[in-house]
Write a protein that binds this ligand. Structure first.
Ligand SMILES: [Zn+2]
Length: 474
């Protein structure tokens, strides 16, 4: 089997691979960037030459297929522009109402067919974990362009590349940035990918939810603390920036500070904010669509600590970012959008080996082997995230019931597709037909079946182990 590479999460790329991709994006900007002056002075011009204005031939003869099951303009167009600028071609299915999906064709069948039409697939889908499912069935690279509330890894590459370029002008790099992330942290997949990457580059991250209930999802916060070695910082009441944000929500919002252990000493000493990342209210992912929501305007930029802040927004904005900021040199969001093309050119080229030394390593499964044990069972426990692809009536038929065992003694399972976690499950032994708490079973994995709760175990005909029989039934 030919080896290949899929990108469904920002964590599919190592820091080194991210930096290699950025050096390739730099190369495209210098070789194919628009050199027409757009500013009056030389200094200004150097700030604005980030548009790819010409096309190369590295990707001549290659085809990119974009499969968009959810509305998108910017992401799809920037991928297609990127492939055209590489000298390749594109084919598109972007209208869910007229696509094969509307006729009831599964994603698994679609990507198997499209694998014989194109050289890489870009997919956007409303279900969490859809890109991972597509990758399981495709025989060409799959790039996640946003799957439900899960991740949007190429947006994060654009966000990071913007910071990498801006920090480079200040003779700095991506490490140890002081970042504020505001808005709908629960519903925004771009935030989830972004915070993992920031943590890996040792950022100090301050979270300011746009309204009550919009904090980070618990499983993302758990990963930041336990897998990315982030620690909450001690903070005196009133010490930080809450009052500098204009918040219209009447409930006081939660605020947590997280920083990687290694960076903690430096972060505490540092006051200046390098980045403010603003996100919109993801109305389509919330039942209550008329909540009040925070707004970021020029008021907070007046404080000295925001003197050199880069204001980022993945766009589109829907009122949370004042248009009066657009001409402010700290506004980096249109520059961020313009980097969508060179960054996606670099990623496509690295996946399809257009540029020798910049190629990404390939694997038989398309993914770097995971250190966690993968547990697969036809019945028993299923993902607890209702928006996971495994719960889609059609697509779910093609998804296996798979979980990573993140921790066996303090039980934690992670859905193979959407990466939501399940804590506190039960383990049944097929031979004895008894079940117990996961932590009691040790690491012995043979002949076991996992259940979400005691009722499910008993419905399957399993009896509680002695240690459980005295306890109240859950
Ligand atoms: Zn799931």
């Amino acid at each position: 089997m030919t080896e290949l590479r899929h990108i469904t999460s920002i964590n599919d790329l190592t820091n080194h691979e991210i930096e290699t991709t950025f050096s390739l994006a730099d190369k495209y900007l210098s070789e194919l960037g628009d050199i027409r002056p757009t500013g009056r002075t030389r200094k200004k011009r150097s700030l604005t030459t980030h548009r790819i204005g010409r096309s190369g031939h590295a990707g001549a003869g290659s085809i990119l297929a974009s499969l968009f099951y959810e509305p998108s303009t910017r992401t799809r167009l920037s991928f297609e522009s990127a492939m055209l600028r590489l000298g390749g071609g594109t084919i598109t299915s972007s209208d869910p109402a007229t696509s094969s999906a509307a006729k009831g064709e599964s994603l698994a069948d679609t990507v198997r067919v499209v694998s014989s039409y194109a050289d890489a697939i870009v997919i956007r889908h409303p279900r969490d974990g859809a890109a991972k499912l597509a990758a399981q069935y495709a025989s060409i690279p799959v790039i996640n362009a946003g799957d439900g509330g899960h991740e949007h890894p190429t947006q994060t590459l654009c966000d990071l590349f913007t910071l990498y370029r801006r920090e480079k002008q200040r003779l700095k790099n991506l490490n140890n940035l002081n970042v504020v992330i505001s808005g709908d942290l629960r519903g925004s997949r771009t935030v989830h990918s972004f915070v993992y990457a920031l943590a890996r580059f040792k950022a100090r991250i301050q979270f300011v939810p746009g309204a009550a209930g919009m904090g980070l999802p618990p499983h993302v916060e758990w990963r930041l603390r336990n897998e990315f070695h982030c620690l909450p910082e001690d903070r005196k009441a009133g010490e930080d920036d809450v009052d500098l944000f204009y918040v219209t929500a009447d409930q006081s919002h939660q605020l947590s500070l997280i920083t990687p252990e290694i960076g903690i000493k430096m972060a505490k000493a540092k006051k200046a904010i390098d980045v403010i990342y603003v996100t919109r209210f993801q109305k389509e992912r919330w039942k209550d669509q008329v909540q009040s929501y925070m707004k970021v305007d020029s008021a907070f930029l007046k404080d000295n600590k925001y003197k050199r802040t880069s204001v980022l927004h993945p766009l589109p904005r829907v009122g949370e970012l004042d248009i009066a900021l657009d001409r402010n040199p700290r506004a980096a969001y249109f520059q961020q959008a313009s980097f969508g093309v060179p960054v996606r050119m670099a990623l496509i080229a690295a996946l399809l080996d257009f540029e020798g030394q910049h190629s990404l390593e390939k694997f038989a499964s398309g993914f770097r082997p995971d250190s966690h044990v993968l547990y697969e069972q036809p019945h028993g426990i299923v993902c607890a995230n209702p928006n996971c692809i495994v719960h889609d009536p059609l697509e779910g038929l093609y998804a296996a019931n798979k979980h990573y065992i993140v921790d066996w003694l303090k039980p934690r399972l992670r859905c193979f597709y959407c990466e939501n976690d399940i804590e506190n499950f039960y383990v049944g032994h097929k031979k004895t037909r008894h079940y117990g708490l996961a932590g009691e079973a040790g690491k012995h994995m043979r002949d076991v079946i996992l259940f979400a709760d005691r009722a499910a175990a008993e419905a399957a005909g399993y009896k509680p182990r002695k240690s459980l029989s005295g306890a109240a039934k859950a």
